[in-house]
Design a protein around this ligand. Structure first.
Ligand code: F6R
Length: 618
């Protein structure tokens, strides 16, 4: 997730773009840049720097003091391809610097397109997917098409989700133009008095205008000083309604939501699309990022999955998939325990590290331990350029976009997806038995439907809200489940605990009777998760036992006809999908439950007490 700003009008484009980028910096902050069209004509001026705006781009603008300009585009980056540095920062230009592009999203077929364009003689400077776009537009500009036509033509070759802003040099006659494109990733047009804007988010425009057009999927926008025109993906000119927004600036940063946490929860279907994009083939998972592990996997005799907190819970949920699909023992390990547990490690042990930030001290210490023992390592992280991304032999990015709220949400569910895909990918190198093949086929077949199911769940929150109202009045809550559902229960209790300050415990449902059931008394909330057919009857008995002691039961199930639903006080139904994928949907439901409960208790949701987003100390 990156931020885009474009401007054309009589103000200083440099200032408008800089102000817009500052307001979008929450979307990405590893580098920023702008491309400006000088009023007096001549080449586009591109200024871009690694790092946060105040430490990189702002001093860069002061140093280079660009000519006055009335049009330009800017970008603040959250890297998905290529390390965060000056060269990989946007904008990117064509061969002779005549046109520049900023991009939010991922171009899936960049590799093939890049090879084709290099063969035609185009000269590339960076290692990011975006750079194919200016060269493609250049290809069609040289055939005589104008900037809009050339961008439309180039877009027909791009696969993936993206929003673009494109600008080109002008001869000083005042005929500057901007082109915007929206394909899956959001892009809006701002309408002022004789000035027009592009932005990936309303926040960037609030100082200048509140009149906006939210582009539809596939739309193109063509902006000049005189006005704007919009075209649909077929190239037909279209009319879109101008909407007036009345958000204050703070709410705008959060996309109009009261907290980053709910914004990030709601972004999940979009994050799943990005995480899965290009990685789900018809009969196999495709992770070209795994350059080393596939070649050594047949010599591996055990797998450790290591992480802390929520990332550890993702590892717990993925452990059975690794064991099943690779046919070797797999263990989920808490990093702070693993590092001092004197583990048996060697070149036959694959260690997979899971960390949203890629900077968690305990996890990085385990990486050092594994590397010094000669273990092959894989890192799963959301942050390109993080220590984990740099240190692991192979790295797979979750592509969830920046997560601002302290409680992990979209990064947890994307970790689950990536872990499953890694297990599929490595398992396919070794070959599957019939049971493993059936699991993999179910995952590959159902994964593309997951975002739609996420939307369905997000659209039906009434029961979750009712359950939250009940939980908000209690100080102790139990989460129970078996197998994958126990892993989901662990994450559900952590989420509730950390943001609502309610004491919560997760138990394997069959273990309750060995002691903890003593704590179940009249009315105490028990969140019972039951989504696996072969364990449904066992769960039913455990739920009966909790209810018999007076427990107030909320069943989370993927079967509305589940017989346990008859005895539950509330039933949260998640859409039914492949068993391996269900923890993703249960995760989403339990995040919503924790969120609504914390809001009802008036807790500071985004910044819970005593917690930090990235724990870089022991
Ligand atoms: C809880 C949460 C933490 C992190 C943990 C590890 O919502 O976010 O438990 O999961 O601190 O952080 P990363 O994943 O950055 O290693």
């Amino acid at each position: 997730m990156c931020g885009i700003v474009g401007y054309i009008g009589d103000r200083s484009a440099t200032e408008v773009i800089m102000e817009g980028l500052r307001r979008l910096e929450y979307r990405g902050y590893d580098s920023a840049g702008m491309a400006l069209v000088p009023r007096s004509g001549g080449s586009i001026q591109v200024i871009k720097r690694q790092g946060e705006i105040d430490k990189g781009l702002a001093p860069g603008i002061r140093e280079e003091s660009p000519d006055p300009s009335a049009a330009g585009i800017g970008h603040t980056r959250w890297a998905t391809h290529g390390r965060p540095n000056d060269i990989n920062a946007h904008p990117h230009t064509d061969c002779d610097g005549g046109l520049a592009v900023v991009h939010n999203g991922i171009i899936e077929n960049y590799f093939e397109l890049g090879r084709e364009l290099r063969n035609e003689g185009h000269v590339f400077r960076s290692d990011v997917d975006t750079e194919v776009i200016p060269h493609l537009v250049e290809r069609y500009r040289k055939t005589g098409l104008d900037l809009l036509e050339a961008t439309m033509k180039a877009s027909t070759y791009l696969r993936g989700a993206y929003a673009l802003a494109v600008v080109e040099s002008d001869d000083g006659s005042g005929n500057e133009a901007l082109v915007g494109v929206r394909k899956e990733s959001p892009l809006i047009v701002g309408i002022g008095e004789g000035e027009y804007f592009l932005a990936s988010d309303i926040a960037a425009l609030l100082p200048y205008t509140r009149d906006v057009i939210i582009l539809e999927n596939g739309d193109f926008a063509f902006l000049t000083r005189e006005g704007y025109r919009l075209y649909d993906q077929g190239g037909e000119e279209v009319h879109r309604e101008v909407e007036r927004v009345d958000w204050d600036a703070d709410a705008a940063e959060r996309g109009g939501h009261p907290h980053f946490m709910i914004k990030e929860i709601l972004e999940q279907p979009e994050a799943w699309v990005a995480a899965l994009q290009g990685r789900v083939g018809s009969d196999r998972a495709q992770l070209p990022e795994l350059k080393n592990a596939p070649s050594v996997v047949d010599g591996i005799s055990q797998v450790h999955l290591v992480g802390c907190g929520t990332s550890y819970h993702a590892a717990v949920a993925a452990r059975p998939q690794f064991e099943r699909l690779l046919g070797i023992p797999a263990r989920a390990e808490i990093a702070s325990e693993f590092r001092y547990g004197d583990p048996l490690l060697g070149p036959d042990t694959l260690v997979v590290f899971v960390s949203q930030s890629g900077e968690t001290a305990d996890t990085l210490a385990c990486l050092d331990l594994a590397k010094s023992a000669g273990c092959p390592t894989i890192g799963i992280t959301n942050v390109v350029g993080s220590s984990l991304a740099r240190g692991a032999d192979d790295v797979v990015f979750t592509r969830a976009g920046p997560e601002i709220s302290v409680a992990s949400t979209k990064t947890y569910t994307t970790q689950l997806l990536i872990l499953d895909l890694i297990a599929c990918h490595l398992g396919s190198v070794l070959g599957f038995d019939d049971d493993a093949r059936a699991r993999v086929d179910a995952l590959l077949e159902r994964a593309p439907d997951l975002p739609g199911m996420g939307w369905e769940l997000l659209d039906n929150q009434e029961v979750i809200l009712r359950v939250a109202e009940y939980l908000a009045g209690w100080e102790d809550v139990f989460f129970i489940g078996r197998g994958l559902d126990f892993a989901a229960a662990m994450e559900g209790q952590l989420k509730l605990k950390e943001i609502s300050y309610i004491h919560a415990e997760a138990y394997p449902a069959g273990e309750l009777k060995h002691g903890s059931i003593a704590l179940i008394e009249q009315g105490i909330p028990v969140i019972a998760i039951s989504t696996q057919d072969h364990l449904r009857e066992k769960m039913a008995s455990n739920v009966e036992a909790a209810r018999a002691r007076g427990g107030w039961i909320c069943l989370v199930t993927d079967r509305p006809d589940d017989s346990t639903a008859q005895i539950a006080d509330e039933v949260i139904v998640v859409p039914r999908t492949a068993e391996i994928l269900t923890p993703v949907l249960v995760g989403l439901a339990l995040q919503l439950l924790a969120y609504h409960t914390a809001v009802l208790r008036d807790c500071p949701v985004d910044k819970p007490r005593n917690l930090a987003k990235s724990v870089t100390v022991e």
